[in-house]
Design a protein around this ligand. Structure first.
Ligand SMILES: [Zn+2]
Length: 322
């Protein structure tokens, strides 16, 4: 479902004709929203700050502030990791970074091509915006529908937001500047390409959406076998702490393991459901194990995963009849 963005924007800009078509309750709810997140960075490790989002699904109430974005002081400028879900977020983030550090932003690194991670790019057009080549290709293909969907989810918060594509290819390896050993990892599985940063100096992994912590992983673009291989790679780096794409900072590798167990359960459960010939609606009602009961956004995120993943799993499982 793609929203007619022009008519929505007209409504939001206060055209009485368009506004009159919105239900009264919705109109007054939107008018009451103050478009300010109150973003404040907190330190995750020496020289590494994050803006921690809520472990909720997108809503007009949270304005899409459900994602973690970061910045790292390299000693020769700041590297920003992801820019959030809209222009307002990006601008607030930039202002908060300015208050927190006298160092200039040197470049932006984008983790992947999901809109809650790059739609704040408008606030960073004066610096290189880097993304892996496959991320750039995916963004080129899907930026339009992704922005439309975000208008549907967070509404007024998207006011004035335009997609700013990345300007340069991000390469794997140590960043070629700065005084800390900050390594770019180019992996895959959550999407076609997922970038993470590993700070060798503090043992901090900024994992992007390869890792979720106490928040159910999202799977609209996922390839679970490749995601699991990426998690092996991240665990092998033995991080002291992990800043996930969604959820709080965690010590050691617990968040990597939780993400892995959830994905393994998801893949096994849907595989078995397809073997048994369950319909999609039946697969959606399967019980969630006790170990995941306290994970946020369940069972909603599980139901969404079934809708994304089940058709292909059924295809692969059903016997071919010639
Ligand atoms: Zn995300």
């Amino acid at each position: 479902m793609i929203l007619d963005r022009r008519s929505l924007v007209r409504g939001l800009m206060g055209s009485t004709a368009a506004a009159a078509t919105l239900p009264l309750a919705r109109r007054s709810a939107l008018a009451a929203i103050e478009l300010r997140y109150g973003l404040e960075p907190r330190q995750a490790a020496p020289g590494i700050w994050l803006f921690e989002g809520r472990t909720e699904y997108f809503s007009v109430r949270n304005g899409g502030n459900i994602v973690n974005t970061c910045f790292v002081d390299t000693g020769e400028g700041l590297v920003v990791f992801d820019t959030g879900p809209c222009r307002i977020y990006g601008e607030e983030m930039r202002a908060a970074i300015r208050r927190a550090s006298p160092m200039p932003v040197r470049q932006v690194v984008l983790s992947h091509a999901h809109p809650d991670h790059y739609l704040g790019n408008q606030a960073f057009t004066d610096v290189p915006i880097m993304a892996g080549p496959a991320t750039r290709a995916m963004l080129q293909e899907l930026a339009g529908p992704f922005a439309d969907n975000m208008y549907r989810l967070i509404d007024v918060w998207m006011r004035g937001t335009e997609t700013v594509p990345p300007t340069e290819d991000l390469a794997a390896g140590l960043l070629p500047f700065g005084r800390r050993r900050l390594e770019v990892l180019l992996l895959a599985g959550h999407t076609r390409q997922d970038a993470a940063l590993f700070d060798h100096d503090t043992g901090t992994l900024i994992a992007g959406d390869l890792v979720f912590w106490n928040r159910a992983p999202t799977t609209p673009s996922a390839d679970i076998p490749s995601w699991l291989r990426s998690l092996d790679r991240l665990e092998a780096m033995a991080p002291k702490r992990v800043v996930p794409g969604h959820g709080g900072v965690s010590e050691g590798v617990v968040a990597i393991r939780q993400t892995r167990r959830y994905l393994e359960w998801l893949a096994a459960t849907l595989g078995e459901a397809a073997e048994k010939g369950l319909a999609m609606a039946e697969a959606m009602r399967l019980p969630i194990p006790a170990e995941f009961q306290d994970i946020a956004v369940l069972p909603g995120e599980y139901v969404r995963s079934v809708s994304h993943l089940y058709p292909a799993i059924e295809q692969a499982t059903l016997p071919r009849i010639n």
